[in-house]
Write a protein that binds this ligand. Structure first.
Ligand code: MSP
Length: 524
């Protein structure tokens, strides 16, 4: 992914208000949060957006079933998403609801522009319609799916309506040029890119972008009150409407739209074509991850095995929010295959990476500095020979980490940080400071060793902060680095390149020990 300024704008899908938040929504938003925090740490100007998609027809139905107005029902559920994300520590800069005037007004203006340019025109449409997804399925696909919804298996319905169309067909060559040549990482991962390219090559039809009978729930097509703008088109515009103001437009184009593979086509094809038609700059990347399944099975309403909010809260209470973030980030389906949310795996990852690696290493280092140096960081002395290799290992970790984060591979980035923690442990095993310390003559050497350990731990803690911020801020208190916490509070900016340099810790800094950052969990 290329970002040509030190600005970073990351988005999540805006979620349907008909659903309750579940692990899938929390996952995409967590990955976006990790990326946002990483970029803030670097000192980039970050805008992180999530929100809710409210104009679906099923919102009207569910509201009616409950004796509520669509506004009330959407309001309740949007609040559930907003509160959940706040409670889970998401650092989004805004939360857009498509029912807000600031969104609707801009969508109207965009559609007016598209009508004026001829990119949107009136016509008639007939095709196979997936009512659950509010999506027409192309003839060949409908056949392949045996005329059933690939999502909920309900029969597709034959539908004919007057419609406004977007001239998608006119953008085929420009889309191919974009995805194949101009920006080869526009669609990631690679498997998704290939899928999109193959489908564009098959040909592109114009797409209907309006519907009737929404009972006033939705954004009307300018000049035609009978028709509302199709919910998907309305929704895609959120990424632009939110920042299309004088003080925010500098964030556009987005750096990365994070989504899952279910909504790839809209984001990788329709969205850039709409932007081309509006003559707006294109986002740098659409990253479509795969799905979480639960305990080896697809999550579904009928199986009742959704990792829902209650389940999520149980994990947070038992293991901590950081632990959940860590598991999602390191074990999640960022690639082309699905990932399994299984309790055994959660416990195993927690114990090996957080309790044993991060937690133990932090305890070991801070304990030894307390025991041998009275809780003050020792000077690094003259024994640099012993540390040379070690200081290089921090440098390697930082390079690998940064490279992986910039490719939107947070799991690989974390791996580099955990490897650095492992290097601290091996260094302690090799140099045996606890054995050397038995002879007071060795203290300068022990001091150097422990300085090096504390320094690498500090660097690892910076790398791990975007994923496990609470624990790392706790550790910064112990390492006398609360300045980091202050700089990063309230979406503040970090100074990664300065902080990350070897040798930043000042000798004599008070080093405190404390409770285990991640107490080991025994679980059958
Ligand atoms: N409202 C549309 C998106 C409009 S964006 C302009 C929508 N909403 S949704 O509520 O169905 O959310 C879909 C998104 O939720 C997926 O793209 C993904 O980000 C997340 N996930 C939902 N289920 C998921 C899994 N089982 N696993 C991982 N993420 C999933 O589509």
């Amino acid at each position: 992914m290329s970002t040509d300024t030190a600005r970073f704008y990351v988005t999540t899908p805006i979620y349907y208000v008909n659903d309750r938040p579940h692990i899938g929504h929390v996952y995409t938003t967590t990955v976006a949060d990790v990326l946002a925090r990483y970029h803030r740490l670097r000192g980039d100007e970050v805008f992180f957006l999530t929100g809710t998609d409210e104009h679906a027809a099923k919102v009207v139905d569910s509201a009616t079933d409950r004796g509520l107005s669509p506004q009330q029902w959407a309001g309740q559920n949007a609040a559930a998403f907003r509160d959940t994300f706040a409670r889970l520590g998401m650092s989004n800069n805004d939360f857009i609801r498509t029912s807000e005037d600031r969104h609707k007004d801009k969508v109207l203006a965009y559609v007016e522009q598209l009508l004026a340019s001829g990119d949107v025109y009136a016509g008639e449409y007939e095709g196979w319609y997936d009512a659950g997804q509010e999506e027409y399925i192309p003839e060949n696909k409908a056949k392949e799916y045996d005329f059933r919804s690939p999502i909920n298996n309900q029969p597709l319905v034959r539908k004919r309506e007057k419609n406004y169309f977007f001239k998608l067909s006119a953008y085929r060559d420009r889309l191919l040029q974009l995805i194949e040549k101009d920006n080869p990482t526009f669609v990631q991962p690679e498997a998704r890119r290939n899928e999109v390219l193959a489908r564009i090559r098959e040909g592109l039809n114009d797409v209907p972008i309006s519907r009737t009978g929404t009972g006033g729930w939705g954004i009307p097509v300018p000049g035609d009150d009978e028709q509302s703008i199709y919910v998907w088109i309305d929704a895609l515009f959120n990424y632009l409407t939110t920042v299309d103001t004088d003080d925010r437009i500098r964030y556009w184009p987005a750096s990365v739209h994070l989504i899952a593979k279910d909504i790839l086509w809209f984001h990788a094809v329709i969205w850039p074509a709409l932007l081309m038609a509006l003559d707006r700059p294109l986002p740098h990347q659409v990253y479509a991850h795969s799905f979480w399944i639960a305990e080896g099975q697809k999550m579904s309403k009928s199986l009742g095995n959704f990792i829902d909010l209650e389940k999520i809260d149980e994990y947070v209470t038992e293991f901590s929010l950081d632990a959940l973030r860590y598991f999602l980030t390191t074990q999640g389906p960022m690639g082309a295959t699905d990932a399994d949310f299984a309790q055994d795996k959660f416990v195993a990852v927690y114990n090996s990476d957080l309790a044993n690696a991060v937690g133990n290493c932090a305890s070991r280092v801070t304990n030894m500095i307390n025991r041998y140096f009275d809780g003050k960081l020792p000077p690094h002395g003259r024994e640099f020979a012993v540390s040379h290799e070690y200081d290089r290992s921090a440098e390697t970790a930082v390079a690998q980490y940064t490279e992986a984060m910039d490719r939107v591979h947070p799991a690989q980035a974390v791996e580099a940080a955990i490897k650095l923690i492992g290097d601290i442990d091996s260094y302690i095993e090799q140099t045996q400071p606890f054995r050397l310390a038995k002879d007071p003559e060795n203290l300068p050497k022990v001091g150097t060793i422990l300085y090096n350990c504390a320094e690498a731990l500090r660097i690892a803690s910076l790398l791990l902060w975007p994923v496990i911020p609470d624990a790392m801020e706790k550790l910064w208190e112990r390492l006398g680095q609360t300045a980091y916490t202050q700089a990063l509070a309230n979406n503040g900016c970090g100074q990664f390149s300065r902080w990350i340099a070897w040798g930043q810790s000042k000798p004599d800094t008070p080093i405190a020990k404390g409770d285990p950052l991640f107490p080991r969990v025994e679980k059958s």
